[in-house]
Design a protein around this ligand. Structure first.
Ligand code: FAD
Length: 547
């Protein structure tokens, strides 16, 4: 009988165990979990704070009894694997309830111990009883119990990654007074700075006090002391949530002499084997190959953990489904905005030495006659001159995730903006536009790549204004009156042909409108009338309002 031991009973561990059993009914599969629950929804944890998930029991997908009954898998909770003897092929297990230890033999061992929330040792007060991290059901129940005390009114969240943002949203929905501090100048690093401004505003509009460039220094009786703009400030807080990232759990692997990569995570080969071929590792604890930037990196996402687990189980059972690495893909809701980012950001592309360019458009998510249509902001990042799609980000009240999933699939297939232009996607006015927003983004990108459209990014608008550039705003007069770039000349597209002589031919002309669509039409018109030095301001007025 094949003996398979799995360490960790949640996303990766439970998936690996179940797949081994499906492929080999005779296998003897034992899962050790040091916590009290297995197979729970980590991703659902923040939603318990707001009551969106009403009962903490609903966060638990499968119990040890269900594993035994449905799959004949032996799941042992409160059981920590404390060491691996690779010679004897045994693990030592310690009961977290009684402290007793025993040995368990294995033929194949799968490590899926996850990642621990980072708690900086130097952070004074991190061990106070009102300071929480979120990793498992027990953590979230402890936090919720504390929040339910009537005196817990002000909650300070440290960290603007997706766990911090989801926690802040749900705490606010639970009626708490929420402050969120982030060390860098923006939340959610997978989004570019221009796009993420929408989410900064959304947090602000919903009463979450967002503190950027803010370094949390200490947590005391008085609250949270931070360093901000070179000064020290203290914010009173009844509870503090630390969400400053996670770090791979590698203690067990390192002590057993398994290779730890430069990233600090367990290194595996294309079959998820460690440097011991009988020991596999998957999930947040391993480093993965990024096929876009060609580096190994940490990736703490549930989908990849489950795919990795399945592939490891397949290999154990003689099926090869090799690992090609993972591109990034992330989505979340921030109050009324849905946000998704796939592939790499423009900032990461630049840091990786890629020759990237981008377009930013504001299409409707469905046809404008539908009562529930919404604009979305969609950024497409591509390589010059090949047009290879590198990444995309979309934020809006409507369906942005479906759009980003199309692009995630195209990234996996190494597709270009030309392929994206040719994608035939489902259309009905109820769901989309005849040219889906992703097709539209591809068309604009092709115009840029082929020189049909010269553009500057909206982030450069301020310096254009300061340098006295000749900017033509082609929006209607009423729109212009509501707000415009200082010094810009208002010639609406509808009057352009009649008033063209007002625009000089001997200076560079920048065209500008609400979404950069009318300005593009104006550019084409002027070009046809002998103007040569024309540039569209990409992102236009809607983009400017992001800042
Ligand atoms: P885990 O699921 O963390 O499981 C590891 C388990 O191993 C733990 O229960 C731990 O107790 C146990 N363990 C560790 N060491 C030992 C040992 N020595 N002996 C026995 N047991 C041990 N991902 C997304 O893709 N989308 C989301 O929306 C999303 N939201 C999230 C929200 C929150 C609050 C959190 C915490 C995570 C979220 N994630 C999300 C990330 C996702 O949950 C993880 O990537 C995924 O769970 C990783 O799976 P894993 O098996 O590697 O680790």
């Amino acid at each position: 009988k094949l003996r398979v031991v799995v360490v960790g009973g949640v996303a990766g561990g439970a998936s690996a165990a179940a797949r081994v059993k499906r492929l080999n009914e005779n296998a003897d599969v034992v899962v050790f979990e040091k916590g009290s629950d297995v197979s729970f929804s980590n991703c659902g944890l923040p939603y318990y704070l707001s009551g969106t998930v009403e009962d903490s029991e609903d966060l638990i997908m499968m119990t040890p009894t269900a594993f035994r009954k449905k799959h004949d898998i032996d799941v042992r909770v409160h059981s920590e694997v404390v060491s691996i003897d690779r010679e004897k092929k045994t693990v030592t297990v310690r009961s977290t309830e009684t402290g007793e230890t025993y040995e368990q033999p294995y033929d194949k061992l799968v490590l899926s111990p996850g990642a621990n929330p980072i708690v900086p040792p130097a952070l004074k007060g991190a061990d106070r009883e009102n300071v929480f991290t979120i990793r498992n059901v027990r953590d979230i129940v402890a936090l919720k119990t504390f929040l339910d005390k009537p005196e817990t009114k002000r909650v300070f969240v440290v960290g603007g990654g997706f766990i911090g943002i989801e926690a802040a949203e749900n705490l606010q929905l639970a009626g708490k007074d929420v402050t969120l501090a982030e060390l860098s100048g923006q939340i959610l690093q997978p989004f570019d700075e221009d796009m993420v401004q929408i989410l900064h505003k959304e947090l602000d509009d919903h009463g979450v006090k967002l503190l950027l460039h803010t370094n949390v220094q200490a947590i005391t009786e008085q609250g949270v002391t931070v360093e901000r703009n070179g000064a020290q400030e203290t914010y009173s807080a009844d509870a503090v949530v630390l969400a400053i990232g996670v770090f791979p759990e590698t203690k067990l692997a390192a002590a057993a002499g398994l290779e730890i990569g430069k990233t600090g995570a367990i290194h595996v080969n294309e079959n998820y084997q460690t440097n011991d071929p009988d020991i596999y590792a998957v999930g947040d604890a391993i480093e993965v190959y990024d096929p876009q930037t060609h580096v190994w990196r940490k990736l703490a996402l549930a989908g990849p953990a489950q795919f990795e687990a399945r592939a490891a189980a397949d290999h154990i059972c003689g099926i090869t489904s090799p690992n090609h690495g993972f591109a990034g893909a992330l989505c979340l809701r921030v109050f009324g905005q849905n946000a998704a980012a796939v592939g790499i950001s423009e900032a990461l592309a630049a840091r990786s030495g890629l020759h990237a360019d981008s377009v930013l458009i504001f299409p409707g998510d469905k046809v404008g006659i539908m009562p529930d249509w919404h604009y979305m902001s969609l950024k497409l990042i591509f390589e010059r001159p090949t047009g290879l799609i590198l990444g995309a980000q979309a934020i809006g009240e409507g369906d942005v995730v479906g759009r980003m999933n199309v692009i995630a699939a195209m990234i996996r297939m190494h597709a270009t903006v030309y392929d994206l232009k040719d994608m035939t996607l489902c259309y009905s006015p109820v769901y989309s536009t005849a040219k889906d927003p992703v097709n539209q983004a591809a068309l604009v990108a092709i115009n840029v790549l082929e020189g049909q459209l010269r553009q500057v990014h909206v982030s450069e608008a301020r310096s254009l204004v300061e340098s006295g550039a000749y900017i033509v705003d082609v929006r209607e007069e009423g729109e212009y009156a509501e707000g415009h770039l200082v010094g810009s000349h208002n010639i609406p597209l509808t009057q352009l042909r009649a008033r063209m002589e007002e625009i000089p031919k001997d200076v560079p002309v920048y065209l500008h409108c609400r979404s950069s669509q009318r300005s593009y039409y104006a550019l084409c018109c002027l070009r046809g009338h002998g103007y040569h030095n024309l540039t569209n301001i990409s992102g236009s007025f809607l983009g400017i309002s992001l800042y």
